[in-house]
Structure formats: structure tokens, C-alpha cells
Ligand binder design. Sequence first.
Ligand SMILES: [Zn+2]
Length: 102
Amino acid sequence: MAIQFKIKCMRCKKNYVIVTHRMHGFVQCYDCEKGQLEGEIKDKAMRAFFDLPEEFYRDNRFLRSVKIQYMRFGSITEKQREFFVKAAEQMRKRSTEAPQDI
Ligand SMILES: [Zn+2]
């Protein structure tokens, strides 16, 4: 399990954001980034690619950052695509395993 740090959103300075390493760059909470995640994806395959439950984006900064980059520049790298799939898979596992933790 990766070590997690809790730091304050650098934009609203109100909400906390969980980051998994210190090299986190400019950190923003889901509320602040939500607007950048919205918008229409014209590419059908990419639309399916980014079609994840909203809570995945809310809880995972990495998923957010990849989608935001795509929304902004219209492309992501092969590596980002690969890690995105892995991160989404982890989130999926987490959401099915979660009830056992209670
Ligand atoms: Zn914020």
C-alpha cells in the first residue's frame, strides 16, 4: 500500500486532497477540477475509455489529471493510457472490496 499524504487544495484552500507521493505538483480538489472534466468527447473510443463512475474521478487524482489533459489537448500518451487503465482497475477492485472493510 502506497503512503498517502493529505494536503490542502491549492486553489480553494478549503478541501483536502489525498496524494500518494510528494511530487504532486499543483494539487486541486475534485470540486475545483470538476469543471475541467466536463465537456463532450467526440472520439467514440475515447469517450468509452473515459466512461468511469464519477466517484472514480472524485477519489483518484491521477484519473482526473489524465482526463483533464485529454480535454485540454485532445490526446494522452501511451504511458498515461496504460496507467489510467491500471488505476481504473484498482478503483474497481477497491469499490468491490470496500464493504468487507466495515
Ligand atoms: Zn479546491
